[in-house]
Design a protein around this ligand. Structure first.
Ligand SMILES: Cc1cc2nc3c(=O)[nH]c(=O)nc-3n(C[C@H](O)[C@H](O)[C@H](O)COP(=O)(O)OP(=O)(O)OC[C@H]3O[C@@H](n4cnc5c(N)ncnc54)[C@H](O)[C@@H]3O)c2cc1C
Length: 225
C-alpha cells in the first residue's frame, strides 16, 4: 500500500462528538469524490489503521476528515485529540463509492459521519453543473448533532438541492423519526441513491429502496463497519 504523510492543519468542532480535521498532505493525493483513506497510528507499539472518508473536494489542496469520537475507540479519539502541526501517516485513496450516471435525480442518505463522502460529492456535482434534483437525508438524534447544515444550505445556490435533517430524539418543526421515514417520503423510483453509515441503517435503507422499486444497480452504499 502506498502511504505518505500529512500535517494536521486544523481541528474544529462540528458537533459535541464530531470533529472536522483538516490535513495538508506532503504530496498531492488524487482521489475521486466519495473515496476514503487509511490513517495509521501507533497503539502501544503496534501499527494500526482505520478508514476515513474524505470530506473535501478532490481539487482542494486540503484534505478534510469528519471523525466521530467512539467510546473506548483508539483511532477516533486519537484523531479528535490531534493538535495542529502533528504529522499523520495516510494511505492512497480506496473505494468504489463514487458518483455514477449523474444524469438522474439523486438521493443521498446518511447518519452521523456517513455524511462525509457527500461533502466531497456535493461540490463535485456543483462543479459539473449537475441539473437534476439532489435530496440529502441526514439522520441524527438531536439538533446539535446535525452536521454541515450551513455548508449544505449554501450549496443550494449552485445545485438544485433539498437538505432534510431527520431527528429521532428531539421535537422540532422538521422531519421526525429515522432516515427510513424520510426515505419513504422523498425517494422516487428511477433515480440514483447513495447510502452511507453504520451497517444496520445501510442494510435497512437498501431493502426499503428496493421495495420501493429502485433499481438495485442504482443503489450505491458504503458501510462504516
Ligand atoms: C470505508 C469506511 C469509511 C469510514 N469513514 C469514517 C468517517 O468518515 N468518519 C468516522 O468517524 N468513521 C469512519 N469510519 C469508521 C472508522 O474506520 C473507525 O471504525 C471508527 O473511527 C472507530 O475506530 P476506533 O479505532 O476509534 O475504534 P475501535 O477501537 O476500532 O472500536 C472500539 C469499539 O467501538 C465500536 N465502534 C467502532 N466504530 C463505531 C461507530 N462508528 N459507532 C459506534 N461504535 C463503534 C467497535 O465495535 C468497538 O467495540 C469508516 C469506516 C469504513 C469501513
Amino acid at each position: 500500500m502506498r502511504t505518505t504523510f500529512a500535517a494536521v492543519h486544523q481541528v474544529k468542532d462540528a458537533s459535541p462528538t464530531v470533529k472536522i480535521i483538516s490535513l495538508a498532505p506532503e504530496e498531492k493525493i488524487s482521489f475521486k469524490a466519495g473515496q476514503w483513506i487509511y490513517i495509521f497510528a501507533d497503539k502501544g507499539g503496534e501499527k494500526i489503521k482505520r478508514a476515513y472518508s474524505v470530506a473535501s473536494h478532490p481539487d482542494e489542496p486540503e484534505l478534510r476528515l469528519c471523525v466521530k469520537r467512539v467510546e473506548n475507540g483508539f483511532m477516533s479519539n486519537f484523531l479528535c485529540d490531534m493538535t495542529p502541526g502533528r504529522r499523520l501517516e495516510i494511505s492512497q485513496p480506496f473505494g468504489t463509492f463514487i458518483l455514477d450516471e449523474p444524469g438522474k435525480d439523486i438521493i443521498f442518505i446518511a447518519t452521523g459521519t456517513g455524511i462525509a463522502p457527500f461533502m466531497s460529492m456535493l461540490p463535485e456535482l456543483a462543479m459539473r453543473r449537475y441539473g437534476g434534483h439532489v435530496t440529502v437525508i441526514f439522520g441524527a438524534r438531536t439538533r446539535d448533532e446535525v452536521l454541515y447544515e450551513k455548508e449544505i444550505n449554501k450549496m443550494t445556490a449552485s445545485i438544485n438541492l433539498s437538505f432534510v435533517p431527520v431527528l429521532s430524539r428531539e421535537e422540532w418543526a422538521g422531519e421526525k423519526g429515522h432516515v427510513q421515514d424520510a426515505v419513504k417520503k422523498y425517494a422516487k423510483p428511477g433515480g440514483e441513491a447513495y447510502i452511507c453509515g453504520l451497517v444496520q441503517m445501510v442494510t435497512e435503507v437498501r431493502q426499503l429502496l428496493e421495495g420501493m422499486g429502485l433499481d438495485r444497480k442504482r443503489i450505491h452504499f458504503e458501510n462504516y463497519i
